[in-house]
Design a binder for this molecule. Structure first.
Ligand code: PLP
Length: 389
């Protein structure tokens, strides 16, 4: 029998810190490894699996579209793309009236950065400390962690950072050359930190006063994760650009920039992508968003998220500093490094993520059963109290 892990370990680029598991099948919030062992999945494709693994509605849409038309560049119109664009505009939290379709979160951020510069004729981008926006050169230039940035200096000029949730400092950081302010509604990789209403709406007001584009990164928070279709809706935040990806298309690679009405007309040729808006991803996206709406996954995330946060907050462990989050985007900040606990959980059939060095992050598919969340909470309690090695 082919050893999957050995083969991959030999040929993979090396840029990923791999766990010693080969996953071969998924259903809902469960994954199975090549030995047939079952896991409860709170990694959720790093947030790309909101509708659940192997979602039958999405699988059917992909199969049908694969037999009809897979690739078609945006120089032609297409039925599935038209439907996807119409849907994204209809659900956009910022009254968007146009959409740029692409293939990943980083690419959505790149698009929003370019469009901000184009729309304002300025060059500066103000991003937040603790931010994560992706690993391509523009998105990386707006990503805070020096570990990701330093090997690749020099990055794109005119990016600066200001502390998250500090409106006075943000006001000072914005200059007459600022094209855009880029912010996550809930900082994900940075440790699961929801922004305050005063900060986010205050930023929006300053941006409007100063003619600056507000770019909201909903790559991780979008598509019902936080208990609303978009986290912006919790605040009434209406950005000029909303960058989305991850769960946009049921796990198919796709990203989008939802473009608000304050943004001037974007002219042909200023941007583009061969695979952007391909009919296969669009068909998957229409099916996935339809499923999120029909099954009210936002309501489910709100309800189960509150339940799970309560369960985690009741864990008695000297190891826990704080439990925080929004909907089913939950962070458990520990007083120690999180990695040993993630491994202990994995051995006990639960997959979870880190966020920084000491936050345990849960991003389960939103179809997860309450009984599975109970098991996850029990296992977290167990490993925190029994295995610090
Ligand atoms: C908030 C946020 N923005 C952007 C990205 C980058 O997305 P991608 O990995 O699809 O390029 C991520 C990925 O984790 C993210 O969490």
């Amino acid at each position: 029998m082919v050893n999957i892990s050995e083969t991959e370990a030999r040929y993979t680029s090396g840029v990923y810190a791999k766990r010693p598991l080969a996953m071969v099948r998924g259903k809902g919030a469960h994954l199975w490894d090549d030995a047939g062992k079952e896991y409860i999945d709170c990694v959720g494709g790093q947030g790309a699996a909101n509708v659940g693994h192997a979602n039958p509605v999405v699988a059917e849409a992909i199969a049908e579209q694969a037999r009809t038309l897979i690739s078609l560049t945006e120089i032609f119109y297409n039925d599935k793309r038209a439907a996807m664009e119409e849907k994204l505009v209809a659900i956009s939290p910022n009254h968007a009236n146009r959409v740029f379709l692409c293939n990943s979160g980083a690419e959505a951020i790149e698009g929003a950065i370019k469009f901000s510069r184009y729309a304002t004729g300025r060059t500066g981008i103000v991003a937040m400390m603790r931010s994560f926006h992706g690993r391509t050169m523009g998105a990386l230039s707006a990503t805070w962690n020096p570990k990701y940035r330093e090997p690749f200096m020099p990055l794109v000029p005119d990016f600066s950072f200001t502390p998250y949730d500090n409106l006075d400092k943000a006001r000072e950081a914005i200059t007459d050359n600022t094209a855009g302010v880029l912010v996550e509604v809930v900082q994900g990789e940075g440790g699961v930190h929801p922004g305050s209403r005063e900060f986010l709406l205050g930023l929006q007001e300053i941006c409007r006063e100063r003619g600056v584009m507000l770019i909201v990164d909903e790559v991780q928070t979008g598509f019902a994760r936080t208990g609303k279709m978009f986290a912006s809706e919790h605040y009434g935040l209406e950005a000029d650009f909303v960058a989305v990806a991850k769960s946009i298309a049921g796990g198919m690679p796709m990203g989008a920039v939802l473009i608000g009405e304050r943004v001037k007309k974007l002219e042909p040729m200023i941007h583009g992508s061969t695979f952007g808006g391909n009919p296969l991803a669009c068909a998957a996206g229409v099916a996935a968003i339809g499923f999120i709406e029909k099954e009210n996954l936002a309501g489910r995330a709100a309800e189960l998220g509150a339940y799970m946060k309560g369960r985690l907050q009741r864990i008695e462990s000297p190891m826990i500093r704080e439990v925080r989050g929004m909907g089913l985007m939950i962070g458990v900040e520990l007083k120690q490094k999180v990695t040993p606990y993630l491994h202990a959980l994995m051995d006990r059939g639960v997959l979870a993520l880190p966020a920084g060095l000491n936050v345990l992050r849960l991003l389960p598919p939103l179809v997860i059963e309450k009984s599975d969340l109970d098991i996850v909470a029990d296992q977290i309690e167990h490993v925190l109290n029994h295995s610090a090695e």
